[in-house]
Ligand binder design. Structure first.
Ligand SMILES: C[S@@+](CC[C@H](N)C(=O)[O-])C[C@H]1O[C@@H](n2cnc3c(N)ncnc32)[C@H](O)[C@@H]1O
Length: 369
């Protein structure tokens, strides 16, 4: 049933090395980083597992096959002959997305219409813009490659963080930033401007041994080859560990603290994390060993005015230097000037990453002296 397929885990440009490390550590075979993601090999069980366990992937695509197409009539004919029945149930609902590049067929809309008609007439499919399944056709150098999005809703939607604050990080980005910052789940983590708690919740979930996709639905459940019993067995492979309180979030916004605590309870992480209403100036250093401060303070355009921002970053840096000796600090921000305003001894920053319409970078220190 499960011939070897090409699987593609999508991430944002700049984070491919972190996703590659995650895919490799999770035991997937033949993983290679390519622009925008990581490819690896496997059958349907690997596709299900990738959706279930990968924290950094935005979605998981599977390459179904490719046809050579020189003109629209040929696309029409060959799309009709494509073995859709190997993947799709007759009469299913899906949507089609087409991109073209460096090809004789340059009109994506016309190509999409041919592919849709082939699907409707050959498989009885219904097309709907909000369908759970998306077929992606990429026409490049006259080769049309069909892939199916096996995730459905993007994977940062884990299903627990139903309450969000002003500028939440995506869980997938937070997970890869934790990896880039060398997060060690055995050590404590503090986010003193935690908003809806994304860093703290991801950190706690990693330490708790829980699968990020344990509670949500996936598009692959509607594809041929899906085996509900095998999927249930796979979901049961998590190895949860007894809770240990070592992940701490605080924020000066009471709504953010309420939301974070509720998100933690919903995710079953109440015994791992504590959220406290406190401004940065009142941040206590947790008892026990030194760990990681991981923070995403307000920045450009999204929240706050420039003068107040510089003062906030300055106050943050001072609290770190005075109370957090021995801890490492990792901070996401959009401006080098704000990073400098902390006065912290940053190492060279990480690559530029898109976040909410702004470009951000990860700044990190060695353990503070
Ligand atoms: C960009 S948001 C953090 C979003 C968070 N990473 C998430 O995923 O939801 C910045 C947060 O800093 C908080 N904040 C701003 N000034 C603060 C201060 N002086 N002390 C503590 N928190 C502060 C805001 O209330 C806001 O929740």
């Amino acid at each position: 049933m499960t011939a070897e397929m090409e699987i593609f885990a999508v991430t944002m440009p700049g984070l491919e090395p972190q996703l590659l490390a995650e895919v490799t550590a999770a035991g997937f075979r033949g993983a290679v980083a390519v622009p925008g993601g990581v490819t690896f090999a496997g059958g349907w069980p690997e596709v299900w597992r990738a959706n279930l366990v990968l924290r950094g992937a935005g979605r998981v695509l599977v390459r179904l096959g490719a046809i050579r197409v020189m003109h629209l009539a040929q696309l029409d004919k060959r799309a009709r002959r494509f073995p859709w029945g190997d993947f799709l149930y007759p009469g299913g609902t899906l949507k089609v997305e087409v991109t073209t590049r460096a090809s004789r067929i340059y009109h994506a809309g016309a190509a999409q219409q041919r592919i849709e008609r082939a699907l409707i007439e050959e498989t009885g499919a219904t097309l709907a813009p909000d369908a759970p399944l998306t077929l992606k056709a990429r026409i490049e150098d006259d080769l049309c490659t069909f892939s199916i999005d096996t995730s459905g809703a993007p994977l940062h939607q884990r299903g627990f963080k139903t309450e969000v604050g002003k500028a939440p990080l995506r869980e997938t980005l937070a997970a890869l930033l934790l990896r880039a910052a060398g997060f060690d789940p055995a050590l404590p983590l503090v986010d003193p401007m935690c908003g809806s708690g994304t860093f703290v919740l991801e950190a706690a979930e990693i330490a708790a041994g829980l699968h990020p996709g344990r509670a949500r639905a996936f598009a692959f459940e509607g594809l041929k080859g899906f085996d509900a019993a095998a999927w249930d067995r796979l979901r049961a492979t998590a190895t949860p560990t007894a809770p240990h309180m070592r992940f701490f979030g605080s924020d000066r916004d009471s709504g953010a603290i309420r939301a974070s605590a509720a998100n933690a309870e919903r995710a079953g992480l109440g015994g791992w994390c504590r959220f406290t209403l406190a401004p940065i100036s009142a941040l206590p250093r947790p008892e026990g060993p030194a760990g990681l401060v991981m923070v995403n303070p307000p920045y450009g355009g999204r929240i706050g005015n420039p003068k107040a921002l510089f003062a906030l970053y300055g106050a943050f840096g001072q609290v770190m230097r005075e109370r957090f000796t021995g801890w490492r600090v990792a901070m996401v921000t959009s401006e080098a000037g704000l990073a400098r305003a902390t006065g912290l001894p940053w190492q060279p920053p990480g690559p530029i990453l898109p976040n909410g319409g702004l470009k951000v970078r990860l700044y990190q220190t060695a353990p503070l002296g």
